[in-house]
Design a protein around this ligand. Sequence first.
Ligand code: ATP
Ligand code: ZN
Length: 285
Amino acid sequence: MSVLKIAIQKSGRLSDDSKKLLEECGIKFSNGAGVLIATSRNFPVELLFLRDDDIPQYVEQQVADIGILGENVVFEKNKDVTIIEQLGFASCRLSLAIPKKETYTGPGYLMNKKVATSYPKILTGFLEKNNITAEIEEISGSVEIAPGIGLADAICDIVSSGSTLLTNGLKEVEIILKSQAVIIGNKDLSIEKQKILNDLLFRIRAVKNAKENKYILLNAPESAIQKICSLLPGMKSPTIVPLVEKGWCSLHSVVKEDQFWEIINQLKEAGAEGILVIPIEKMIL
Ligand code: ATP
Ligand code: ZN
């Protein structure tokens, strides 16, 4: 029987969320500490624990069938693989940063300067697009210290909050790439493996939809129901249950997490009371 081999980061910022995603999909792993490969007892997949930088190459070479990693690494490695799904975690950006006291004048600022980075390919693309000649100093870690020690005039590195830049006397001046975790896949999966992947994607989307939505319950006078239904269209349409108190009912629906705070005041104005918002575990559309 076919098994889909999934490469994930062995240890680092992606490993916990990658494992959690698969667990939320109901996939159980026999997980010994320090192992290289884990098998699942209830789903035809195998986990390979690797350095994130190696994942694109291994997926291209079919050592793994799919992999979970940041888009930043996918674009930097530029291997012959397909991006299958964006996963919404490990959001960060690849940015240019320069010493705080300098004035940034646009990409031209980098002309004939030295830029330290672990992303030489993406940076080269950016420089070429802007017709800039600059020297790239490739270093594999602690890029943010390069200007301070006189190794470079600027850096191109991963930023999330920007606090690492600040503590090193730098400021972010240009976003080159926005990144999040994605699933990449080999371009030549067998029909059996493709079928397992489709099952997995179905589960992943159910988990992702659930995270983006909340279950909402509220009480309202019958006269307010029409207005409230227009604010909370739900998956098909809201459920309405009569309350013991005459003229009142309870309305159940689904609301997008990011729209909830905007809608809440309108719901109250329309007459809603006793509003409960509950997390959803899985949501199949
Ligand atoms: P490895 O040992 O596997 O090579 P690494 O040191 O290259 O690990 P990590 O620091 O664990 O990588 O980061 C892995 C990925 O997480 C990055 O490629 C990026 O996509 C994302 N990432 C990095 N920094 C942040 C951050 N500060 N916030 C959110 N996501 C980040
Ligand atoms: Zn890495």
